[in-house]
Design a protein around this ligand. Sequence first.
Ligand code: SF4
Ligand code: SF4
Length: 471
Amino acid sequence: MAITGDGARTDRRGNGRPPETSAKSPAERLLDHLGPVEGSFDFDELGDFGLFAGTDMEHLIEPIAKAGPGSRLGPLEKIHVFWFSGMSCDGCSVSVTGATTPSIESLLLGTHPGLPRVILHHPVLTHESGPHYGAAAVRAVNGELDAPYAIVLEGSIADETRAMETGGHWAGNGEAPWGPGGAHRTVTAEEWVARLAPGAAASIAIGTCATWGGIPASYGNPTGAMSLMDFLGEEYRSAFGLPVVNVPGCPPIGDNFNETVAAILYFLQGFGPLPEFDELGRPAWLFGETVHRHCVRGAYYEEGSFAQEFGDPNCLVEIGCWGPVVNCNITSRGMVEHVGGCMNAGAPCVGCTMPGFPDKFTPRWKTPPGSKASTTTSRLVGSIIRPLRLFTNEHLNREVSWDLHDNVPSGWAVEKPEPGRVKDLGHRFYDRLRRSNDTSRNGHEPRGKRIEWTERRDPTTERVLPGGEEE
Ligand code: SF4
Ligand code: SF4
């Protein structure tokens, strides 16, 4: 029952990827293997079984979904989105339900001017069950759907032909009347994607399992798991001419995904150019930077200050952070509504957005070997820079008047000694240095710009004499 039949189904890691010389993609070979299908559900016979409130989700929310004529600016009033779950933990689904810019709810309700409303067919968020759940997808396969559609894959594509060898399946996603004599049979995520991707307006992979294979495709890979891109092949283009779009992350940031979907929908409406994607199909504006460049702990790295155990506030590189070489925007975007995210919560980056994840990021919680050169340099530079910054920080934490009176009138500062003679001279030197390029300076040499405090000074100590402030 192997697809290739040439004994070359597994690569050198046993990953079940197609041989690179194959002219056909795994999706095409699967369809060759399964053959064409036809037939639709007899809905009269099915009745309302599996239909909450006697109708499907689209028609249930339709009366409140249309935001009004003002929002229907483009040719598309609605678009179906079929969400399939491959080898997945459902973390991507959880992630998108937390997205707010835009939210799932606002997409379903069509509240964004110019965006078609989304008819989402999602195994968790749809209330149809049984055959009614697969009805729209069957119509799409038959070319009978009433609007364009896009497909979303969560989780990697399993090589279902391996499961078929023992009469099972790994990732069943509903039923279709494609069994012998029109009987209902389980349809896997792999089969739905193979049949629907060519006619889809866009095919979008969400999460690292769908974008790059992820954990199911890691070393060993008993299911032959692969990414959507690997499955559909290099030549794949959607009905609107798009290669596979990839929004990685384990789980991805929900807003990254929903924002990308919204940007693609604007393109499909004809309201703008195709958003910029990088050479791997990632939204370039979201994945163009490394984690490290926007990390909240970046200054610790620069000062050579590194955490030695979890809970330390410093840079996490020595307990396994790969942030300097990983493309991800969680440090600037957070996880949900700009809150949370790995380093913000104290977790080192394990590279979950990357095609090399997880195999190339093991062993976990160890210093990445490539960081040695820069951490050693940071330590050396930091040993000089850090004390200097502390010194200046102490100076800047004092009002000018406190310097001039040698006193901090704070009950909290009782235990804090005044700077000694050496520090005081250092601070004076710093002030002089700071004002050396002050084009507005006058003849006075006050600390800060407080001339009124400097009128009466002791010529020896340069301290302000009592009453000087009243001059
Ligand atoms: S915690 Fe990671 S991403 Fe943040 S500064 Fe350290 S190495 Fe860079
Ligand atoms: S910082 Fe690293 S581990 Fe965290 S989401 Fe980004 S890539 Fe994944």
